[in-house]
Design a protein around this ligand. Structure first.
Ligand code: GDP
Ligand code: IMO
Ligand code: MG
Length: 428
């Protein structure tokens, strides 16, 4: 096995950071290919907690080469702050282990202002998406509009000429949103002049590196950000992010051809969470949701917002498994369900009295959706010390086997705590 994708199959925060970290033991190259600093991937090693937003989670392992490709939208200030923070934790980062694509689009200050301004305006109408306000949508919009600034452009003499009309346009948009804050070309250029020197050692052609790595049989792990139900095409649009977070996005974002892929590991929480607005068919009642949120510490790694909690939804799961050609599943946070009398699994959707196999396309249809549940008995034991399936209480084992059967693909690991060692490994 040489090329492995790891991606979230729900609405993000499934535990991709932990899975990427333990698979980085195997990997020689770890690649981020989409999203930006909206991601928050947590890795816990002994007592230390690392939260990665732009840096691939493999950065913590010495000797792993970490790539941020053309598909990622990069806020240079955030990247610099994150590098500094990681160095503060004793992680070595240099031009030997970090590589940033010259084709990656740059998140500019006006992108973040516009992201916040639109959210503010929409919140008055109750229609806000609940974005992370990291400028992700406006930056990808400029990429699609072909007016984006890429990392390589930061070093060109005509940067200021490119920025002047852009800043004028964005200022007019901000005025429309009622934001008085002035954006100045001088200020942006001054900041860039400093930032580009700090990141210069990392800037390169990451595509050529990936090609060489694939051709020479290196072990490559592509770390997805967000989750398939936040995918701009296949997710619960418009309550989604602005990139493709399923396999397709990892393919275009890496340049690795579909035929070169060895496996796709889907990361799945033993229940479901989502941050921000949007449909959530299997959302728990308030009391149960609050309990799971507190036990599972379900607060955003990027924004600190409380995550909404729901039951595992296998209709949505089958959809995202098929979408990405998932070959195996890493099941996360099983320990959080300990102590619940009954554990529910969403097993069917009905719309207008008819069974449907995929989530509806329109938000309005979610309001009419009937969800069918399978109820299983819970367990009371603390399972965070379990290292084999036999260490689990019978009802926990039955829950895992039931969802594996319903999902139709094997589980390669079951996670029972945030630490590296708190994993039941089922592969090999
Ligand atoms: P990501 O965005 O998919 O990387 O996930 P996040 O880091 O945003 O959120 C997952 C959270 O769950 C983090 O705080 C992890 O430390 C934590 N976590 C991961 N696996 C487990 C587990 O099996 N049990 C518990 N209790 N926490 C876990
Ligand atoms: P990781 O990689 C969970 C959500 C936001 C919002 C929507 C759009 O940590 O799993 P955006 O800022 O992307 O325009 O926000 O997407 N969102 C995430 N939710 N985990 C993430 O990343 C997310 N990245 C974006 O909450 O609902
Ligand atoms: Mg996260």
């Amino acid at each position: 096995m040489t090329v492995r994708f790891v991606l979230g199959l729900q609405w993000g925060d499934e535990g991709k950071g932990k899975v990427t970290d333990y698979l980085s033991d195997w990997a020689e190259v770890v690649v981020r290919t989409q999203g930006g600093a909206n991601a928050g991937h947590t890795v816990i090693i002994e007592d230390k907690k690392y939260v990665l937003h732009l840096l691939p989670s493999g950065i913590i392992r010495p000797n792993v080469k970490c790539l941020i490709t053309h598909g990622v939208v990069v806020d240079p200030k955030q990247l610099i702050d994150e590098i500094e923070e990681m160095r503060g934790h004793g992680v070595e980062i240099s031009d030997r282990n970090l590589f940033l694509s010259e084709r990656a689009h740059v998140v500019m200050p006006y992108h973040k202002l516009l992201d916040g301004a639109r959210e503010e305006m929409d919140s008055k109408k109750g229609s806000q998406i609940g974005t992370t306000k990291r400028g992700i949508g406006p930056c990808y919009a400029d990429k699609a509009q072909r007016i984006g600034i890429r990392v390589g452009d930061l070093y060109q003499e005509n940067l200021r000429q490119k920025l002047e009309p852009l800043v004028a346009e964005k200022s007019a948009m901000l005025r429309y949103f009622g934001i008085g804050e002035e954006i100045s070309v001088d200020r942006i250029c001054d900041d860039i002049a400093e930032q580009r020197e700090v990141i210069r050692p990392f800037v390169c052609d990451t595509y050529s590196m990936i090609r060489e790595a694939v051709d020479s049989g290196k072990k490559i792990l592509v770390e997805g950000a967000q989750g398939s139900l936040l995918d701009i095409d296949f997710g619960t649009y418009p309550y989604v992010t602005s990139s493709n977070c399923s396999s397709g996005g990892l393919i275009t974002g890496s340049g690795i051809a579909p035929t070169e892929l060895s496996s796709v590991t889907g990361v799945v929480k033993a229940y479901t969470t989502r941050v921000g607005s949007g449909p959530f068919p299997s959302e728990m009642d308030q009391a149960t949701g609050e309990r799971v949120r507190n036990v599972g510490k379900e607060f955003g790694a990027t924004t600190g917002r409380p995550r909404r909690c729901g039951w595992l939804d296998v209709v949505a799961l089958r959809y995202t498994i098929n979408l990405s050609g998932v070959t195996d599943i890493a099941l996360m946070k099983l320990d959080v369900l300990s102590g619940l009398e009954t554990i529910r699994i969403a097993v069917g959707y009905k719309l207008g009295g008819k069974s449907i196999q995929t989530p509806p396309a329109c938000t309005k249809d979610f309001e009419k959706l009937e969800v069918e549940y399978l109820d299983l008995p819970g367990w009371t034991e603390n399972i965070s010390g379990a290292r084999t399936m036999n260490d689990l209480p019978e009802n926990a084992r039955r829950y895992v086997e039931t969802i594996s059967d319903l999902a139709g693909i094997p589980f390669t690991s079951v996670s029972v705590g945030p630490g590296r060692a708190q994993t039941i490994r089922l592969e090999d």
